[in-house]
Structures are given as C-alpha cells and as structure tokens.
Design a binder for this molecule. Structure first.
Ligand code: AMP
Length: 607
C-alpha cells in the first residue's frame, strides 16, 4: 500500500490530507492518482459512492494544474447541487496549502450573479451541476475553451436524471485536447454511449468489480405485507437503538407519508425530497449530518449528495424502480471502511426482484425475520444497561445532591435498586410490546424455503451472539476475514443471544473449519469457536430467522439477573448516535412498535 507522496502528490497536498485524517489512499485513489498524473489518456473508472472517488480525480488535477493561470482548467460535473457543493468543499480542503488555486461551485437554486462574480475573479476549477453549467456557458460567463480536464462524476446518475442534452452541450464547449475522466457506479448503455462517443481509448480502472456493491455491506430482506410494512419498519428501528439510517422511498408522496408517520410516532426522523425548498433541504441535511436526526426518509435523487460515512443502515422501504439504483442506495452505508446493513422490505410480489439485484451485487440477501416484541425489549434493555455502564459521572455537579439521594434510597438493596431502575425505564415498554403480533409474512415462508439451497449448504455453530454485539454484517465480516476462499457463498444466518449459526457452501466445509481453527480469531476479545452442526432446526426447519425468545438463549429475566455478575455488556457502537433531538427526548422515550399495542401514545400523554 503506497502513501499519497509515493503516488506522486506534492507535500502541500499531502499535508492537507493529513489534516483531514486521510492516512492512506483508498483503492480507487491508488489506481487513479498515478494514472492521471502520468498520462493524458481518458479514464473510465468504476467506483461506488463512498470509495474516495472525489479525491481520486481531484488530487491529480491539483497536482498538475497551473496556479498562475486563471483560466478554467478543470470542469467537474455532478448530478446534484449537494454533491457539487460537497465536491467543491472537498477540493477547497485539499488545496488549502496550495497558493493561488481557486474553486467555484455553480448550481441551480442559488444566485447566478454571485456565481458569475466568483467566476470573473478567475477559478482554475469549476464544479457544477449540468443545468447551471450550461446556463453559464450560454451567458458567456463560463468559458471552457482552455479546459484540460473534464470530470463526469456519477455519470449514470446524471443520465438517469435526464441531463443527456446538458452533458452533450458541456462536452461540446470543451476542447478536443482535454482529458475526460468518467466516474460511475454502474455502466448502463447510456453511459457506455457517452464513453464511446466522447472519449478516446479510455483506460479502465475499478475499485471493485463493476457494478458490485461494497464488501462492507451485508444485505438483508424482510418479508412483509402492505399492512405490516410500516410496523415492520418501526420494529427494525426499535431493535437498533443507535440506528443512523436513510430510508429510501420511490416517490415524494411515499417519502412524506413515511416520515410523517415516524415523526407522529415519536421517532427522530425527517424527510428529504424535491418538494422541499432548497433551504429546507439544507436544514434537514445539516441536522442529519450532525445526527440531530437519526432517520432520514428520502427519495433517491434528494439523497444523492449527502456525504455521511457512518450510516448503520440503509432501508429500502420499497425497492427502486430501476434495480441498478439499489447499488446507489446500499452504497450509502459501509463507507470509509465502516460496516453497514442494507435492508429491503418486500411483499410476496416484490420478492422476485431480489434475484436480479443479487446478480448485480454478487451477494445473497439474507432472509431476516421481523423482530418480535421481546427481542426488541431485550435489545433496548441491553442498550440501556450499556449506557448506564459507560456514562461519565460529573462528580462536581452531582456531589452536592448525592447525600440526600443516598439517604432516600438507603433502605433498598443493590438488587432492588437495579430492579426498580430497570422497571422505571421498561415497564411501559414491556407492556407496549407484550401482545405484539408476529409481523412476518407467513404466507411467504414456503417461497423463501424454496429459495434456499439447503442441501448445498453446511450449517455451522459459532460461540458468539448478540450479547457479544454480533450482527449479520459483523459475522459476515468475521467469516470473510478468515480468507476461506474467493466468493464463498454464505447462506442463512441466525444470530442468537450467546451463540449463532451460519451456513456456508458445502464445498467449503473443511476449509471453513480449518481456517477458523488455524487462525484462532477472536471477536471483541472473545476467542471464537466454530463447529459443524446438524441441519434440522427446531420448530420445523425455520430458515434464516431468529429463534423465538426462549429459555435456552437466556430469557429476559435470566439476562437481567445475569447482568450484575457478568458485567460484560459494555460495548457501544456509536456515541454520537445517542445525541437526540428535543423532540426525541420528550416524545419518544421508547421509539416503539405498533400502535395497537398501545404503549406509545399512552406514554406520551403521561409525560
Ligand atoms: P467519496 O467517495 O469521495 O464521496 O468519499 C467518501 C468519504 O471517504 C468522504 O467522506 C471522504 O472524506 C472520505 N475519504 C476519501 N478518501 C479517504 C482516505 N484516503 N482516507 C480516509 N477517508 C477518505
């Protein structure tokens, strides 16, 4: 792995990257930077969002451009205003130690006069959305006659959004001699046509397999009906108290409805779609970036420019109309080395659309059951206990109150105190979920079993589970880390409390055992043990689902009583996720469940 200096970048750029915390180049940067520095050949790069592609094309341009020449030397086109602004800001960060380099970002919905003024002062790099860029060319405010580099970022998305004509116009306004750098996550016919018509023998590079999603993302699907789609969505949010997610919807109306319902039900959510004014969109995105909002409900287009690296989940409330867009959606998580989960809610009819997506992402969707009320309570409770365990005590503030508090609680034993504290937080939540129904689409079970290729898979037991903060994404990561073989197929995964099961292609049975036994991996400090287990599953062969809450895994009561002794649940995922908005802290003490079970509304009124 090279350093940025070894890739050919000068020290002032390297210094700026160090300031930004970029320690080493990403795969696409390692490939693109030396290529662009060394050669004027056109370049076709297959790169998902989140792979570091902005730096991949802009750093070599910064390396090569002439700061003493105030003509526009690079024009970068991006599909949305947000993405353009983000690219412009990134480049400004990259060139902060380079004297004389100026960057202007141009986009619709903002003062044309200001942008013209900025262009007049002389900018070597212009970042723009296609529409505004063409407007400025037509007004002769933007002159591209001296351009050396034309970057088409997210070219597939620009064409999806109907910018073909604008792209043609911009391409026509640039000189033949320029170098064209085309970055795209997918290469449908239209993008290939641009490459064919406007590029000369482009060099191809890729940050992974073409069109394939990030390795850091695991893909799960939940079978729902139209009646259970929304309650299932809420349960997924409830199961993950630190959730930081984008829920993708297909239309503005669907987006607003889902967001309105979540807000009404007390979730820390908001909507992002084209019916909002630019100021409203900026405000929502700002809050989401700061995690004041935990759940953003968005259309594909509106979410394009959002640069957030640590999303825990992407949720497809409905699948996108064009399956290629699934890649764009799921690529919003699993970025910058983080793991992520992409969830799809599908009804019986929609399930058929998973297969073609699997072919594109070259991964299998893991069938996952909508969590039961008890599973949710258990997760929430453990999360609370973790928080208590990790909370920093501010002695100076609290000390003066402590004597009278101790006096009041004097007659309670440690056990009683714990019980009361837990009950205070949880009684309503528990009763809320007490009679919660099974939301899984039972009618689709037989279909899903048919999907399975049981006889080709071996089932393994592994001695870690939810208590060790294991989830399907982490388990897949752990399996992949053992380097069992290229493209091994991982089947159903059952994460239970203290242990779990996973299935692996039978052909890799021996290799899996060997890899785990020779690598002796540990997970969160716990040594991992893997064994082959019998195929039959209790309860008539449930597949990919969670075990019903039961004694064997340690029920609610057992876990609670174990808690003091083990003291082991001190893991936390993301401290930032704990910051909550005013609305959340007052309205949504427990972001919970179906209204039918009644706890939620009641709790709100009581407060
Ligand atoms: P991009 O694909 O350009 O949108 O980049 C995704 C995210 O990764 C951005 O937040 C970048 O700031 C970050 N990033 C890009 N390159 C690196 C790097 N070499 N090291 C660390 N973070 C990076």
């Amino acid at each position: 792995m090279s350093t940025f200096l070894e890739l050919g970048l000068k020290e002032p750029i390297n210094k700026a990257l160090t300031d930004l915390g970029y320690e080493k180049p990403t795969v696409i940067q390692e490939k693109a930077i030396p290529q662009i520095i060394a050669s004027t050949d056109d370049l076709k790069a297959f790169a998902q969002t989140g792979t570091g592609k902005t730096a991949a094309f802009s750093l070599p341009i910064l390396e090569l451009l002439d700061p003493n020449n105030s003509n526009v030397q690079a024009i970068i086109l991006s599909p949305t205003r947000e993405l353009a602004v983000q690219i412009g800001n990134n480049i400004k960060d990259f060139c902060k130690y380079l004297k004389g380099v100026k960057v202007t970002t141009v986009y619709g919905g903002s003062s044309m006069e200001d942008q013209i003024r900025s262009l007049k002062k002389g900018s070597q790099i212009v970042v723009g959305t296609p529409g505004r860029t063409v407007d400025l060319i037509n007004r002769k405010a933007l002159k591209l006659g001296n351009v050396q580099w034309l970057v088409l970022d997210e070219a597939d998305e620009m064409l999806n959004m109907g910018f073909k004509e604008e792209l043609d116009n911009v391409l026509d306004a640039t000189p033949e001699t320029k170098q064209t750098l085309l970055f795209s996550a997918t290469f449908p016919r239209e993008v290939e046509a641009i490459a064919r018509n406007y590029m000369t023998k482009p060099v191809e590079i890729t940050s992974g397999e073409k069109n394939q999603g990030s390795d850091n993302v695991s893909h799960e699907y939940y079978s729902v009906t139209e009646r259970t789609r929304y309650p299932a969505l809420k349960r997924i949010a409830d199961l993950n108290p630190d959730i930081y997610a984008i829920i993708f919807c297909r239309t503005r109306r669907e987006t607003q409805e889902v967001a309105d319902n979540l807000i009404k039900d007390g979730y820390n959510a908001d909507s992002l779609h084209g019916d909002l004014s630019q100021a409203q969109r900026d405000s929502v995105m700002g809050k989401f970036r700061k995690k004041t909002i935990q759940i953003l409900v968005a259309t594909d287009v509106a979410a394009r420019g959002l640069d957030v690296n640590n999303l825990t989940h992407v949720i497809n409330h409905k699948l996108p109309d064009q399956i290629e867009n699934y890649n764009h959606r799921s690529g919003r998580t699993g970025r910058a080395g983080n793991k992520g989960i992409s969830i799809v809610l599908v009804n019986g009819k929609e399930k058929g659309r998973l297969r073609p997506i699997e072919r594109i992402i070259k991964k299998k969707f893991i069938e996952t059951k909508v969590p039961s009320g008890k599973e949710i309570c258990q997760n929430q409770l453990m999360h609370l206990i973790d928080k208590v365990h990790n909370i920093e005590v501010n002695d100076s503030q609290i000390n003066e109150f402590l004597p009278s508090i101790y006096e009041k609680l004097e007659d309670l034993s440690r056990e009683e105190l714990i019980q009361k504290f837990v009950s205070l937080e949880f009684n309503q939540f528990l009763s809320y979920y007490e009679n919660a129904q099974d939301l899984n689409d039972l009618s689709s079970r037989s279909n899903s079993r048919a999907r399975a290729t049981d006889e080709n898979m071996t089932r393994f037991f592994i001695n870690i589970g939810r208590k060790d903060s294991l989830n399907p994404a982490k388990l897949i990561g752990l399996i992949n880390d053992q380097r069992i073989g290229d493209k091994i197929e991982i089947g159903a995964i059952d994460i239970l409390d203290t242990f779990s099961f996973f299935e692996i292609d039978k052909n890799f049975e021996e290799k899996t055992l060997e890899a785990f036994s020779s690598n002796q991996p540990d997970f969160d400090g716990r040594s991992v043990n893997v064994e082959i287990t019998k195929k039959e599953r209790s309860g008539g062969g449930r597949r990919g689902g969670r075990k019903p809450f039961g004694k064997k895994d340690g029920g609610f009561g057992r876990r609670r009583s174990n808690e003091g002794g083990s003291g082991s649940s001190s893991r936390r995922r993301d401290e930032g996720g704990g910051r909550r908005s005013e609305r959340r802290s007052s309205d949504r003490p427990k972001n919970s469940g179906d209204r039918k079970s009644g706890g939620f509304g009641r709790r709100r009124r009581e407060r």
